[in-house]
Design a protein around this ligand. Structure first.
Ligand SMILES: [Zn+2]
Length: 190
């Protein structure tokens, strides 16, 4: 079985780690449990397209795996909808609302960006629905994750964890430490 035949998804751990670092970068005024639950939901949401595989939508189809739900347009759509759920009474025209639109768009988009750095499957349809071309980044250090739980606890799964620890876990840890130091120096919370 080659890498385009296995119905791969990126490991949830890497997506959540990056989203967590993004969340910590925002002001602590946003940090409610609802904010964090929505952050996790948004960073994993693009992989709902695996349902399409069950329904018979081909991987390479615009609505297939790593298709429209991994695109920039989808991320912006999610970013526009989610702030209402995160902070229901926030005025639409407020600065905080704008920050949250940008934040949830970026968190959703981070999924496709990480997937484009994996070594298997098809690329990401970043510009769907206008262009169905699949893209990868030239640098792809992340090992693509198996879809099944059984396969995850295998040598392949361990390789995935190792590559994510190295290329996601380490930069995220350095980022969070840097953030903490910077905030302490400035006398800010969090
Ligand atoms: Zn994905």
């Amino acid at each position: 079985m080659n890498s385009t035949e296995r119905n791969d998804v990126a490991s949830g751990f890497g997506h959540i780690a990056v989203a967590y670092a993004m969340g910590k970068t925002t002001s602590s005024e946003f940090h409610t449990s609802r904010f964090w639950w929505l952050t996790v939901a948004c960073c994993l949401l693009p992989d709902v397209d695996v349902i399409g595989l069950v329904l018979g939508i081909p991987y390479e189809h615009m609505m297939g795996h790593r298709g429209f739900s991994h695109s920039l347009i989808f991320a912006v759509m999610v970013g526009l909808l989610v702030p209402r759920l995160a902070v229901p009474h926030l005025p639409f025209r407020s600065r905080s609302f704008g920050v949250l639109v940008l934040y949830f768009s970026c968190v959703t988009m981070s999924h496709g960006i990480l997937d484009a750095m994996t070594d298997g499957g098809l690329g990401i349809a970043f510009f769907a629905p206008f262009d169905s071309t699949r893209y990868f980044f030239p640098w792809r250090p992340l090992i693509v994750s198996p879809i099944g739980l059984f396969e995850f606890f295998s040598a392949w799964g361990m390789g995935v964890l190792w590559s994510e620890l190295l290329w996601i876990g380490m930069p995220v840890t350095f980022w969070l430490i840097g953030l903490k130091v910077m905030r302490r120096v400035r006398g800010l919370p969090g």
